[in-house]
Design a protein around this ligand. Structure first.
Ligand SMILES: [Zn+2]
Length: 424
């Protein structure tokens, strides 16, 4: 099979002519040997000319994540699903900050985050989706639900007065394309109460009745939190808009976008639901624009990204900026912290030493200013005296989906401890 090297680093399968009648947008890719699976975007290609049986190609990223051979791969394609929000989510948060376990009946099905337009979420003891022009609602779309289960949910929801509708949903997972799905959802004619964009835990944070959620943008997402922690990720995006020029051979820092989102969530949990970090996380792929290089004068995406960081930092008295990256695995160490020899933390090297000690307790081998001493982002923003910036490089092994939760927990604890000890 010929390699579509352009998507090698991404959760994607590339399909050829045989699939041209199929309107599938997402694939569940399973390893027949281990049973492990991953959801990927389905990308059409014209470069498959042979009439071979298998006119699809699974990216190297997926094979690596599943630790699976191409020959053991099984694929299931999806173009629609059931959109849920509120209490039907696996874990949800109320607009008043209570975190609950949702109805678990869908937990065995694969799911993706999805936004539906022209609906708002109204919470009044129970969550309701109500039509509302130019509003949006973030929830989860479950794929491949059995008919009998959906009929069961129908009978409960419709019995409770909800109306079932079919609309288009935009998948907001970190994929090289932006797939849309036809989704079925339960709505309500009219309801009054508190409005929130989402009740998905990890996307909505509540402190003292103040609500914080991600702003999902074209090229990067950002979150304005309530603390001096600011997490940035320039190279974790997989999105390649069709009309933009791609530089060949440039790969993403895989899973750093996902890792950063988990770090934000875990800092919130570890702090007893008190501290919400700020975050600016790129969706755009590094082969289109490198957000960690100085092209402020020539590239508007780079400018917007750094202006957002600057705007957040300028509102805060003291900022702990953590710029997260991924490096190839190396035998000597797992994580490197860069400070340009202390310059980007204004000589306060104890901030970094504290982080290193926490990470070492988790079993990570950590070095400082060894190879990746820090790039454009931390250099630029630490020029402001209130910004203490570090660059953190995580090896590939620690970023793999099977390890990402533990790595996120270690990072969250190290960032939070360092922040509470030295930065407040
Ligand atoms: Zn990087």
């Amino acid at each position: 099979m010929k390699s579509e090297s352009i998507l090698a680093d991404s959760p994607a399968i590339v399909v050829g002519k045989r699939f041209s009648d199929f309107h599938g947008k997402l694939a569940l890719v399973r390893c027949g040997k281990t049973g492990r699976s991953i959801i990927a975007a389905v990308v059409m290609s014209n470069s498959f000319n042979r009439s071979s049986e298998e006119e699809y190609e699974v990216s190297r990223y997926i094979l690596r994540e599943l630790e699976c051979d191409q020959r053991d791969i099984e694929i299931e394609l999806f173009s629609d699903g059931l959109f849920v929000y509120g209490t039907l989510l696996p874990k949800y948060i109320t607009p008043y900050g209570a975190v609950h376990k949702g109805w678990g009946g869908l937990s065995m099905y694969p799911w993706v985050r999805t936004v539906v337009q022209d609906f708002k979420l109204v919470y009044s003891g129970l969550p309701y989706a109500v039509r509302s022009e130019s509003s949006h609602l973030l929830g989860v779309t479950y794929l491949g639900i059995s008919d009998s289960l959906e009929r069961h949910i129908d009978s409960v929801e419709i019995g409770a007065g909800y109306i079932k509708v079919e609309v288009e949903g935009q998948v907001v997972e970190n994929f090289p394309i932006k797939p849309t799905l036809m989704v079925r959802m339960y709505t309500c004619e009219d309801a009054k109460g508190v409005c929130v964009p989402s009740m998905l835990f990890g996307e909505l944070f509540v402190v003292d009745n103040r609500r914080f959620s991600y702003h999902i943008d074209e090229y990067f997402d950002f979150l304005i939190g309530n603390s001096g922690i600011l997490i940035t990720v320039p190279h974790g995006g997989f999105y390649r808009p069709k009309n933009m020029k791609v530089k060949s051979g440039v790969e993403a820092d895989e899973n750093t976008f996902e890792l950063a989102k988990l770090v934000v969530e875990k800092i919130y949990e570890l702090s007893g639901y008190r501290i919400v970090p700020n975050a600016v996380l790129a969706r755009i792929h590094r082969s289109i624009v490198d957000l960690n290089q100085d092209s402020l004068g020539t590239n508007s995406i780079v400018r917007d990204y750094h202006e957002t960081i600057e705007l957040i930092a300028s509102r805060l008295r003291k900022v702990f900026l953590v710029d997260i990256h991924g490096m190839a695995s190396r035998p000597e160490w797992d994580i490197e912290i860069g400070t340009r020899y202390g310059r980007t933390v204004h000589g306060n090297i104890e901030i970094v030493a504290n982080m290193r000690d926490t990470l070492r307790r988790y079993g990570f081998k950590v070095v400082m200013d060894e190879e990746f001493i820090g790039g454009f982002t931390i250099n630029k923003h630490s020029a402001n005296k209130n910004v203490y910036a570090i660059q953190i490089e995580i090896n590939r092994e620690s970023r793999m989906l099977k390890n990402i939760d533990r790595t996120a927990k270690a990072l969250a604890e190290s960032i939070l401890t360092s922040y509470l000890t030295h930065m407040r």
